[in-house]
Design a protein around this ligand. Structure first.
Ligand code: 2AM
Ligand code: CA
Ligand code: CA
Ligand code: CA
Length: 268
């Protein structure tokens, strides 16, 4: 994608993200009916759906040839990554949105022929916008983020992960995981994959590990993290597929391979 188009799409996307944030803030204290999706803790509200529709309307009006891949099902059904694709999670961290009314984000990535060109993650209540354009660095609001530390050691790292890793699960021997977390400095659980990617980019988390994420959870974050030298793979160190769910690891490149080695050892 040439720089002129990338800049234009970024300006539009950023403006729409801020507008969507305002719409969410205006309506978030209305009584919102809360539905469940795959299980009793997989929540969705009218504002997840309305926000997604807001983006799709803007995109289709301005760029009818562009495609949309988005969580709540109002986008396109994609069979490939050909063309320009907007990959959107209208509210990432819906459980936080419902229970805490904060710690949720809008996540928007723009990909061209499978390559991430633009990433925007907006912490709506924190009024903090992370963004990156491919090859142009990553930013938190208007401040450029520094390249990730090169001297990191695993035993001094803080890793984002949730409690499921320590319970019996399909992917990894949970006793191996219990061993592993004793070898690192600490664990944090934020409940928004997009924000956890942003925190890895910012260097306040050294890695984030998650069992199952969809393309809209990670599309923006991949671009932002890449601009500071971080790497996104599946938890075993293999490339992620942007058309399916993946178990995902995003990390400082210094520890990424070390974590993948631990995961391969604990793999069921
Ligand atoms: P969501 O809020 O957009 O659904 C929660 O730990 C993180 O995992 C959130 O980023 C959440 O995104 C994501 N997630 C992905 N699939 C999920 C699922 N089936 N149920 C709950 N959270 C899910
Ligand atoms: Ca969801
Ligand atoms: Ca999500
Ligand atoms: Ca969501």
């Amino acid at each position: 994608m040439d720089k002129t188009l990338r800049d234009e799409l970024f300006q539009k996307a950023k403006q729409w993200v801020y507008e969507a944030g305002e719409l969410i803030k205006e309506r978030m204290n209305e009584p919102l009916s809360i539905d469940t999706k795959s299980n009793a803790n997989d929540l969705v509200t009218i504002l997840d759906k309305e926000t997604e529709k807001f983006f799709i309307k803007k995109i289709k009006a301005n760029y009818p040839e562009h495609l949309v891949l988005s969580e709540e099902g109002f986008g396109d059904k994609l069979k490939s990554l050909d063309g320009i694709i907007w990959i959107i999670d209208p509210i990432d961290g819906t459980m936080n949105f419902v229970h805490q009314k904060r710690n949720f984000a809008i996540s928007l990535g723009i990909y061209c022929e499978g390559i991430g060109e633009i990433g925007i993650i907006y912490d709506v209540m924190g009024n903090c916008l992370y963004h990156a354009k491919k090859g142009e660095g990553a930013y938190k609001n208007e401040k450029q983020l520094a390249p990730l530390k090169e001297k990191l050691v695993l035993k001094e790292s803080i890793i984002g992960m949730n409690h499921y890793w320590l319970c019996e699960n399909r992917l990894i021997d949970h006793q191996d995981m219990q061993q592993f977390i004793r070898t690192i400095r600490g664990v944090r659980t934020y409940g928004s994959a997009a924000l956890e990617f942003a925190y890895v980019a910012e260097g306040i988390l050294d890695a984030y590990l998650t069992m199952k994420l969809s393309p809209w959870d990670i599309a923006a974050g991949i671009v932002i993290v890449q601009e500071v030298g971080g790497v996104t793979t599946d938890i075993f160190g293999q490339p992620v597929n942007m058309l399916t769910d993946n178990p995902v690891m995003v990390a400082n490149s210094v520890i990424s391979e070390q974590i993948a080695t631990v995961m391969r050892k604990g793999k069921k």
